[in-house]
Design a binder for this molecule. Structure first.
Ligand code: CU
Length: 121
C-alpha cells in the first residue's frame, strides 16, 4: 500500500513538472559576467541568457554599485536579435561589488525577476 502511494506521489510530481514546463516562465539560464564571479577587468556589458524568449520592451537589466547607485547605460536590448538574450551596456566599472537586477516579461506574458552579484577586482 505504501509503495503504491509513493508511486502515485511520483506521478503527481512528474505531472506538475510537465505542467510547469508547458507554461514555462523566463528565468536566468546563465550570465556574463557569471553569477557570483570575480572578474579582473570591467565588463563592457552585462548579458543574460534566459530560459525562454522575452519581450525587450517590457524587460530590463539594471546594474547597481555597492552604494546602490544604478551604473548601467539604461539601454537593455536583445543581443543580436536573439529572443532569449538581453544585454545592457555599462561604462568602465571601478573595482567593487555589483548587483544585477533583472525584470522580464516572457513571450507568454508572465513576469519574472531576479538578481545576482559579481565583483570587479
Ligand atoms: Cu510563463
Amino acid at each position: 500500500m505504501f509503495a503504491i502511494k509513493r508511486h502515485l506521489l511520483a506521478a503527481i510530481l512528474v505531472a506538475s513538472f510537465a505542467a510547469q514546463a508547458a507554461s514555462a516562465h523566463a528565468f536566468l539560464d546563465h550570465a556574463q559576467p557569471r553569477v557570483g564571479s570575480h572578474v579582473k577587468v570591467s565588463p563592457q556589458r552585462v548579458i543574460i541568457w534566459f530560459t525562454e524568449g522575452v519581450e525587450p520592451l517590457f524587460s530590463r537589466i539594471q546594474v547597481f554599485n555597492s552604494a546602490g547607485k544604478e551604473v548601467d547605460n539604461k539601454n537593455t536590448h536583445r543581443l543580436h536579435g536573439k529572443k532569449a538574450v538581453l544585454v545592457v551596456t555599462v561604462p568602465t566599472l571601478p573595482p567593487g561589488r555589483y548587483k544585477v537586477v533583472w525584470h522580464v516579461v516572457a513571450e507568454d506574458t508572465h513576469k519574472t525577476h531576479g538578481d545576482f552579484k559579481f565583483w570587479v577586482k
